[in-house]
Structures are given as C-alpha cells and as structure tokens.
Design a binder for this molecule. Sequence first.
Ligand code: BDR
Ligand code: CA
Length: 307
Amino acid sequence: MKREILIDCDPGIDDTIALMMAFKDPSIEVIALTTVFGNASVEITTHNALILNDYFKFNVPVYKGAAIPLFHPRKYQSIVHGPNGMGNVDFPAPTSKVSPKYAWDAIYDEAKKRGKTLTVLTLGPLTNVAIAILRYEDLKEYVKEIIIMGGSATKGNAKPFGESNVVNDPYAMQVILNSQIPVTMVGLNATETTRMTEEEHKQIFADASKIDPLIVKMLTHYKGVQGMYGDNGMVIHDAATMAVVLHPEWATSRLLHVDVETIQNSMYGRTIVDIRKHSKLIKNCTVVETIERAPYLKHLEKTLKEN
Ligand code: BDR
Ligand code: CA
C-alpha cells in the first residue's frame, strides 16, 4: 500500500522541487496540498501551488491556510524566492481553483477519514498544523506523524540560530512539539549535509537541456541568492527533506528533546536540541542529523531531468 502524505507548503523555489520529487514517486500518494504564508503572502503561495498543480498535472486539491502567524506579527520577509515566490519566473496562469475548505480543516478531515496512516509534511511555517492541533483536540489520534522542514540543531538562516520556517511562527512549532504526535525535524543542520558543491552543480546542469527551462531559471535565481549570502554551491532544503520522507534509509537521526525560543530576543525562533546523554527531558522529536549525499544528489538529478 502507498504511504499517504499531505504536504503543507509555501511555494517557493525549493518547495517546487520537493513537489516534483514527491509526485514522481510511485511509493507515495499525495493526498492534498495545503498552503501557508512564508516565502511570500498566502495569496501568492496559494496561487503558486495552483500553478504547479496545473503545470505538472499533480491533480490534487489545494487548500488555502494561514495568512499570518499565531501570535507575533510576521517580521521576516524572505528575499530568497523573489516577490512572486518563484524566483521571478513566470509560469502559465493556473486554471484550477482553490478547494473550499481551510487548510486546518482539510488536515483534520483527511487524517480522520484514514485513521493513523497520514503523514503530514510541512515545508513552510507551521501555522496550519498548529491551528489544526488547537482546533481539533483529537487530531493526535488520527495523524501518523508530522515531518518538518524547519529548525536547526546548529546555525540558522533567517537569524543567527533561527531557521526561517520556525522563525516565521515559533509558537506554532511549540504547539507541534507538545502535541504528542510523533514529530521528525529535518533542520538546516541536516539539509546542509546535502549541499552540492560547485563541481557537482556544474555536472548536474552541464546538460541543462534535459531540465525544464523554467526550473533552470528558478534554480539559477536560487543559487544566485545563496551565493550572495556567501555560500558556495546550492542546497535545496525542501527537496532534501522530501528525500528523507521517500528514503528514510538515507538519513541518520536521534530521538531527542527539542524546545523552541518564543521570547522576542536574539534567539527568537531558535530550536533548542538537547543532546545531553543524561538529559531527563521528554524526548519529543526525532532530529535528523545527516542525509546521504550521493544517492540524494542522484535522485535530485533524476527528478530534474525526467519531468
Ligand atoms: C525553508 O525556508 C523557506 O525559505 C524554504 O522554502 C524552506 O522551506 C528553508 O529555511
Ligand atoms: Ca518552503
């Protein structure tokens, strides 16, 4: 039986590649996309999800979610993905329409009708899933697991220690960590282990004619911004996370206690990963530590070239 997955996302350049990867994989069934603010406003990320749904013929329902975080005002506008959230690349306008239900209701309904088989994968701020948890006390009985691209056991990106999906709504992360639903965190510490070198990038893009030109353009923008930030090569965070979902055998992880800073100071949005051996704190999160580079990069190249 196929694994059933609902993807909550904020497309998003790396979200796009993650979705391409997911929908090509015969071992999973993507049930729906839910959208959230993040890389752009929720209006824009929803529009982008519809674009991708049509362009790549995903044919799944798209449910719109939160426009703002649970509590604190939204402060950290990303420039990584450009004003249209897609690296300034213009895809054909979508014809499909958003489905008439809020994201959090869709998460609950889809989980409940299956009974603990649904994986909820988040590739954006965690607000929709947190609202579902707060709204539906019994959600924990129906969701199999939540897998998060977000947080970090080491450095951040939006802030010195804060990763952007969590910084965008730390309270939502806190709700999830306390939800009693099994949580896996694929943070920057893990996704960074898949960063391709300049050499590997050259190799993958040497024959760029096999890759959709719009995707090439988008990833050129994305790599350019990473370069502007002083990083060599390229890491595609959401795609690396999707690879962990599809191939958990490529990842190493540990069950640990994780907390998140919600006080508005320089640590705001930092995920605190307790690696102490003698820690007595509740181990509430599986923290991914490494992802095998070679099979991941091969898989990524296949995803890009076989669409
Ligand atoms: C995460 O933040 C967003 O910019 C990306 O889409 C990814 O989900 C990386 O920190
Ligand atoms: Ca994302």
